[in-house]
Design a protein around this ligand. Structure first.
Ligand code: NDP
Length: 504
């Protein structure tokens, strides 16, 4: 039994009447002076903060990252400095398009956002359960997300909007195929892989840079819902993934992932057949094999969902010494948009909220703002340079410069040579990675999803998207056309190769 406490107002004033309001006589109207009533109603009215515009529905837990392999020749990051070293983490999983109350089993990518509380500051690796994404330029992000949300007129989800956008943006095909496979409906957050998705860099003690991609391989094994099972679970338990995670951790069945990296030299990046910074492409593991790095375990549920999961804030901008950015255009956009979103959602001082707070020293000249709750650095100087304190920028944290191809700013073209093959990797994925069972479900999931397209542009959208599937693989295009009842002759692109690879 916990200790007895007095009931108080938010300002600590004990009071007695918590269920009945002060009124002018037993049957009379209420009196304005009952400030406890105002406080209860007013605070309740303000309980909701803006929900995340993407990744609104999520679950999270604390855990431990353990280094299992020495990669100090690539990175000087203190988090990786020694085999056996452990770092506390917080991982938030999520769906992407749905609102905060939407079902966990929706067909959607899953967010995989991981915070490492390192002694060099908090490192956020903000990825997904897929190694790729729908677009490769952040200018399109808002447009893309609008198509995953609600139609402005019907206020319903719209397959026509989704497929219209995808069919007009063929770089989305690779991710669309991942999404439409059964990995688009994972059984739980424990039974899926995670990816840092973007290309990042490792910087070692000699200030040399390598490009890196992060992979998290589930030790629980991959397990997915079929489309029918996912739809059924939506009705039975919309919070299935949340319940699964909390229950597993409460039972001591701690989920684990092997953490691996792919490493590319700067030299290799210059000659690799794909743009290594294009978020719609993977680096083949045959060319860049996975290298062991560590193990991630989730072992502590949040004590309070709102305090720790809802208020958690991740930003790809938050890298620590030894880990840095790359020219990946989507990463560059996210470096701006994530902290910006948190300032809007949680306020300018969001990094003082305990789940986001760096447990080590934070020293700078940022002051004031709403909800400043850390003492605001007391009487210490609030400007730099100054003659009074001893906060010094440390030169050892300087990074090597990134050589560029060009000295002028230019708009890149998605149709330029080297950027315009949106079909080879999806074709390999279909032919070489998916089993016959996976292929069958992929086709039936696509046919089911595209059957929802309606409206005056239906035929245009269906035919345009079918062309992309044909370009990835003729067999895939044929199977989908057949499933949709479309004559493949009308949908097939004019020129095609037998292998189903890129077409003119
Ligand atoms: P590999 O054969 O070396 O790797 C294939 C990868 O696909 C493995 O990571 C495998 O790991 C994963 N995979 C297996 N089944 C599925 C599935 N149903 N859905 C999604 N991923 C699956 O080939 P490459 O590295 O040369 O890549 C070939 C193609 O595989 C790529 O074009 C891409 O479409 C896909 N892929 C590539 C990844 C990469 O980082 N290179 C990662 C994931 C997919 P696991 O079963 O543990 O997920």
């Amino acid at each position: 039994m916990s200790e007895n406490k007095k009931l108080t107002s938010a300002s600590g004033i004990p009071y007695y009447h918590n269920e009945d309001s002060l009124s002018a006589g037993a049957r009379g109207p209420l009196l304005l002076q009952d400030f406890i009533l105002h406080e209860k109603m007013a605070h309740f009215n303000r309980e909701r903060i803006p929900e995340r515009v993407v990744h609104a529905k999520g679950s999270g837990a604390f855990g431990t990252f353990t280094v299992t392999n020495d990669l100090t020749k690539y990175t000087r990051a203190k988090v990786f400095s020694q085999v056996g070293k452990q770092t506390r983490t917080f991982l938030r999983f999520s769906t992407v398009g749905g609102e905060k109350g939407s079902a966990d089993t929706e067909r959607d990518p899953r967010g995989f956002a991981l915070k490492f509380y390192t002694e060099d500051g908090n490192w956020d690796l903000v990825g997904n359960n897929t190694p790729i994404f729908f677009i490769k330029d952040p200018k399109k992000f808002g447009d893309f997300i609008h198509t995953q949300k609600r139609d402005p007129y019907t206020n319903c989800k719209s397959p026509a909007m989704m497929w219209d956008f995808w069919s007009l943006n063929p770089e989305s095909l690779h991710q669309v195929m991942f999404l439409m496979s059964d990995r688009g409906t994972p059984y739980s957050y424990r039974h899926m892989n995670g990816f840092g998705s973007h290309t990042f860099s490792f910087i070692n003690a000699a200030n040399e840079r390598h490009w890196v991609k992060f992979h998290f391989k589930t030790k629980q094994g991959i397990k997915n819902f079929t489309n029918d099972a996912a739809v059924k679970m939506k009705g039975e338990d919309p919070d299935h993934a949340q319940r699964d995670l909390v229950t597993a951790i409460d039972n001591g069945d701690f989920p684990k992932w092997d953490v691996k990296v792919q490493i590319m030299t700067e030299e290799q990046a210059r000659s690799y057949q794909w743009n290594p910074f294009d978020l719609t492409k993977t680096w083949s593991q045959k060319d860049f094999p996975l290298i062991e790095l560590g193990m991630l375990e989730l072992n502590e549920n949040a004590k309070n969902f709102f305090a720790e999961v809802e208020q958690s804030a991740f930003a790809p901008a938050h890298v620590v010494d030894g880990i840095s950015y790359s020219p990946d255009k989507m990463l560059q956009g996210r470096i701006l948009s994530y902290p910006d979103a948190h300032r809007h959602r949680l306020g300018a001082n969001y990094e003082q909220i305990p789940v986001n707070k760096c447990p080590y020293a934070v020293s700078n000249y940022q002051r004031d703002g709403q909800m400043r709750i850390d003492g605001n650095s007391g009487s210490a100087p609030n400007y730099f340079p100054n003659s009074f304190d001893n906060i010094k920028p440390d030169e050892s944290y300087q990074q090597p410069p990134v050589p560029l191809d060009s000295l002028i700013g230019d708009f890149y073209s998605r149709n330029a040579e080297g950027e315009n093959d949106h079909y080879t990797q999806p074709g390999i994925f279909y032919r070489e990675v998916l089993s016959d069972y996976d292929k069958k479900n992929l086709v039936s999931n696509i046919v089911g999803a595209m059957s929802g397209i309606s409206g005056p542009k239906k035929a245009d959208i269906v035919n345009r998207q079918l062309c992309h599937f044909f370009r990835a693989d003729i067999g895939l295009g044929m199977a989908i056309a057949q499933g949709l009842g479309v004559n493949p002759e009308t949908a097939m692109p004019k020129q095609h190769s037998k292998e189903g690879a890129v077409l003119a």
